[in-house]
Design a protein around this ligand. Structure first.
Ligand code: 5GP
Ligand code: MG
Length: 181
């Protein structure tokens, strides 16, 4: 285990097993629909690469990136810093996310993609942290890998100051890591 990790929340094996289950559900949901699977960068990359290989029906891969500029207000303003390249009008779209936390970024992502006129739009998130949800957020996740407690997690794509993304598991950082950086 990495020296900065206090505890492992989800092991590689647990994640792999859950992705296999989700893959079966998603493969039946999207059979014959040739969905566009949109990953929200960068945190999703590891989950995306594993998840897409368990979607056993034809699909198209695409990515977008949103940036938030935290001002003095608590919500912050978001922009699309990299948009998808596919034309999704009339297409079935599945969003893959790393974590559904306050929900602000998914709310923004869904609004942005809906303007492009998809036939359907669903969300699959690896992690859900419901305790932190912004009460004004209306979007809901259609598929959830794991519900996690209100702790800051890293690994399997999730970062702290751009570090720890390559840990193969999801873990909680030691408090002193925050205090010294
Ligand atoms: P939101 O609060 O809008 O639902 O989540 C926005 C983004 O904050 C997530 O996509 C993720 O990048 C980051 N985030 C939220 N909670 C955590 C966490 O526990 N750990 C890490 N590393 N990132 C998080
Ligand atoms: Mg993210």
């Amino acid at each position: 285990m990495d020296k900065d990790i206090a505890k492992v929340l989800l092991t590689q094996e647990q994640i792999a097993e859950r992705i296999r289950e989700l893959g079966q559900e998603l493969s039946s949901e999207y059979a014959g629909k040739n969905p566009v699977v949109v990953g929200v960068l960068k945190g999703v990359v590891i989950f995306y690469a594993d998840m897409i290989r368990h979607i056993t029906v034809p699909c198209q891969m695409d990515f977008m990136c949103i940036s938030s500029y935290k001002g003095t207000s608590s919500t912050g303003t978001m922009t699309v810093s990299k948009d998808i390249s596919a034309d999704i009008r009339g297409r079935h779209v599945l969003i893959l996310e790393d974590i559904f936390d306050t929900g602000n970024s998914l709310e923004y992502t869904v609004r942005h993609l809906k303007e492009k006129g998809p036939a359907s739009l669903k969300i699959c998130t690896l992690l859900d942290k419901p305790e932190r949800r912004n009460p004004n957020v209306t979007v809901q996740a259609d598929y959830v890998g794991f519900t996690v407690p209100n702790e800051f997690v890293v690994g399997y794509g999730l970062d702290y100051n751009e570090g720890y993304r390559n840990l193969p598991y999801v873990g909680v950082l030691k408090p002193e890591v925050y205090e010294t950086k």
